[in-house]
Structures are given as structure tokens and as C-alpha cells.
Design a protein around this ligand. Structure first.
Ligand code: ATP
Ligand code: MG
Length: 382
């Protein structure tokens, strides 16, 4: 049945290390409800792929389909090129870490880490060495004889990761592994995970999160999910600089989404203002509608009424000023739209109620298909 690279082969034993994940048109239904809709997605060997999306979008369901805890109603899951759709979880060669650390409270750290090895009947003699190796990798070597209750939240999560790594999996599934930690611990653990990934160059990591910073920091590619469907997939830079939909634009980084109309000669109209994009799609006709995406940090304050050069300029009234340490976030009402601008080095931020001109370069804009309900969309919605 398998025509994948590497197959057809014998059914994998739990000791065979297989890397790379493929969702081949995978659907999951609960009763009438489709919670995963024909997902096609590949995680390459050695790649970290983040599944990013709002609550209920189907991220955990996708991960559980790889682990074997939910059975797809359609499609196939392949690990290392092998169809594993019918294999039980313990024969898939995966390590998994979930949001709640789920350590066994009555077992010591070393016993917790050994658990997966025992469950898959690893040779007994090799277990202590594997446990020590996994604890070493996660910086927990000094805690082997403690019980989970004697550890902090961050340390417990490291043990959970050590337990997943002990079986030397080809595929590591991480479901919001940092969400129970406070912000500072989270950023420390994020750096640890990046280091772990460098030490495990062949392991495929599927990382579920709804935190875009985690996704941007850790992932080689990000798959954006919404309403049971894959919306977009690309490198973090790609999705940030060249989003294809309003959803991706506003979910990966923050975005000003300005409704514009083609005004002729390559110009666009936003309310009363004329603005320019880097380029208009071919075939754009006058009057067609689109959404212009401009990131808050691409906006700057210009001298009143003058943007300078070829820059776009929007006039508006300051409705809010938030100091964020290295930048000020200005909220500006321009023609009834709230525009967010992150401006650095402002000795004297404008006062609420002041009239300002925000400037931005055409190169820093992306044109997207217009929102739902527009009369003459410029681009096909994807
Ligand atoms: N066992 C189940 N029976 C019925 N519906 C379920 C079951 N498990 C999940 N669902 C539904 O499937 C949808 C997707 O759930 P899933 O857990 O995959 O979301 P998620 O993207 O991981 O969300 P979150 O970010 O909140 O964890 C939700 O609407 C959820 O209510
Ligand atoms: Mg989830």
C-alpha cells in the first residue's frame, strides 16, 4: 500500500527510529462535526513545524491523529514514509508532551523517565543509561531521585520532555508544552527547546501552540489552522512578510488591515487618501477592492502634512498612546479606521487629540483578498 520513499517495509518496531510526518488528506469527525477537514501537511525529518491557530481550530486533534489517540475518519497518517494509520500509539515511535505534564506523582523522576522505555519493553540493561542521557539533555541530571511534587513547574516540564526523549523518538509531538509556565520560564524553556532541536537534528517536531511568539521563535515552518482547516503554511518570515490572507496577517504578527479600492494608474484609495502598494496584481481593474496589510512597526510619524519622497501618508487623530518601553504604540483614527503604529525613539509622543501624519513605504505593504462581503474583490479568496 505504501508508495512512499523508504517503504514498503516491515511494520516498524518501537525501536526503529523513523522521522518525518505526513498527513495525507486526514479528516476527523465527531458525530456530525468535522474537527479536522482533509488536512494535507508534511513535516520533514529534522524540521520543527508549528501548528498555530485559535482555540478549537483542530490543532490537538491533528496531533492526536499522529500519536494514534484518535482515528481519522478519512485519509492516512505516515511516519517515516510508513502508513501508521492502523498502528497503536506505542508502536509508532513517537514521544509526546502535553500541556499538563502528566508525570506520575508516585514515581521518582528517573522512574518517570524510564516509564516509556519499560512500556515498549526496551532491554532492561540499557534503561539506566537512556534515562541518564535524557535527564542530561534536559538539564535535570541532578534531580533523578526527586518526586514530581518536589519540582517547580518548569522542572516538571523538563522531566516530561526527558520522558518523551528517552525512547529516542523519530517524531516528537509537543502540545502547548509551555502554556502552564509563567512568561519568564517560558522564554527560558523556548531557548532550551531550540537547543534540544539542534542536538536532535533528525527528529521531526510537531509543535502545537496558539502563541505566535513560540511559533516564530522555534519553527522552521508554521501551519496556520482555523475552523478545522489548514489556512496557510510557510516559513515564519514568509507568513509575516507575505501573508496570503487577512487571517494569517492578523494571526502571525499584528497587522493594520486597510480596505482599499483601485483608483487607476497603480494607485489605491483608502478613504480620501491615495496610497500605493509595492505592486498591483495583474488584471486589477478600477474600483476593485482589496485589503492593504501594513505592520504597525512599518509606520512612522512624519512632519505634519509631509510624508516625504514616495512614501504613503495618512492623516488622522491620535486616540491613544501606550508606552511599551522601546516603542510607543499610537492609536490613530484615520477616516473612521483605527490604525496602530509602533514608533521608536519618541522623546515627546503626540498628545491624544493631536492631528498626525503617519508615513509608510509601498514596499512595506501587502495586498490581500478583500474581506467577505465586498462587491468587487480584487483577488480570489483562497
Ligand atoms: N472527543 C471529542 N468529542 C467531541 N468533540 C471533540 C472531541 N475532542 C475535540 N473535540 C472538538 O473538536 C474541536 C477541535 O478541538 P481541538 O482540541 O483539536 O482544538 P485545539 O485547536 O487544540 O484548541 P485549543 O487551542 O483550545 O487547545 C473543538 O471544537 C472540540 O470541541
Ligand atoms: Mg489543543
Amino acid at each position: 500500500m505504501s508508495t512512499e520513499p523508504g517503504g514498503p517495509e516491515a511494520v516498524p518496531t518501537s525501536r526503529a527510529v523513523r522521522s518525518g510526518i505526513r498527513f495525507d488528506h486526514v479528516s476527523v469527525r465527531y458525530g456530525d462535526l468535522t474537527v479536522l477537514d482533509a488536512l494535507d501537511l508534511t513535516v520533514e525529518p529534522g524540521e520543527v513545524l508549528a501548528l498555530l491557530g485559535p482555540s478549537g481550530s483542530g490543532k490537538t486533534t491533528a496531533l492526536r491523529a499522529v500519536a494514534g489517540f484518535v482515528r481519522p475518519s478519512g485519509g492516512r497518517v505516515l511516519i517515516g514514509g510508513q502508513d501508521v494509520t492502523d498502528l497503536p500509539p506505542h508502536r509508532r515511535g513517537i514521544g509526546m508532551v502535553v500541556q499538563q505534564y502528566a508525570l506520575f506523582p508516585h514515581l521518582r523522576v528517573d522512574q518517570n523517565v524510564a516509564f516509556g522505555l519499560k512500556a515498549q519493553r526496551s532491554p532492561r540493561a540499557g534503561i539506566p543509561g537512556r534515562v541518564a542521557e535524557a535527564l542530561e539533555m534536559t538539564g535535570m541530571a541532578g534531580y533523578a531521585r526527586r518526586y514530581p511534587r518536589e519540582l517547580s513547574g518548569g522542572q516538571q516540564q523538563r522531566v516530561a520532555i526527558a520522558r518523551a526523549l528517552a525512547i529516542r523518538p523519530g517524531v516528537l509531538l509537543l502540545d502547548e508544552p509551555l502554556s502552564a509556565l509563567d512568561a519568564q520560564l517560558r522564554s527560558g524553556m523556548l531557548a532550551e527547546l531550540a537547543r534540544l532541536h539542534r542536538e536532535l537534528p533528525d527528529v521531526s517536531i510537531l509543535y502545537v501552540t496558539h502563541d505566535q511568539i513560540e511559533a516564530l521563535t522555534l519553527a522552521d515552518r508554521i501551519a496556520v489552522m482555523d475552523k478545522a482547516r489548514l489556512q496557510d503554511c510557510g516559513t515564519p518570515q514568509d507568513l509575516y512578510r507575505r501573508p496570503r490572507t487577512e487571517f494569517t496577517a492578523s494571526f502571525v504578527g499584528s497587522a493594520n488591515l486597510l480596505p482599499v479600492r483601485v483608483a487607476g494608474e497603480g494607485a489605491l484609495r483608502f478613504g480620501d487618501a491615495v496610497v500605493r502598494a509595492a505592486e498591483l496584481p495583474k488584471g486589477a481593474v478600477e474600483g476593485a477592492e482589496a485589503t492593504m496589510c501594513v505592520r504597525p512597526h512599518a509606520l512612522r510619524l512624519a512632519a505634519e502634512g509631509a510624508a516625504g519622497g514616495a512614501a504613503n501618508a495618512l492623516r488622522g487623530t491620535v486616540t491613544g498612546v501606550q508606552w511599551r518601553g522601546s516603542t510607543h504604540r499610537l492609536l490613530v483614527d484615520s477616516g473612521g479606521h483605527e490604525i496602530r503604529a509602533d514608533v521608536g525613539d519618541l522623546r515627546q509622543p503626540p498628545a491624544v487629540g493631536a492631528t498626525v501624519t503617519l508615513a509608510f513605504d509601498p514596499e512595506d505593504t501587502v495586498l490581500l483578498p478583500a474581506g467577505v462581503g465586498t462587491e468587487r474583490p480584487l483577488l480570489e479568496r483562497v
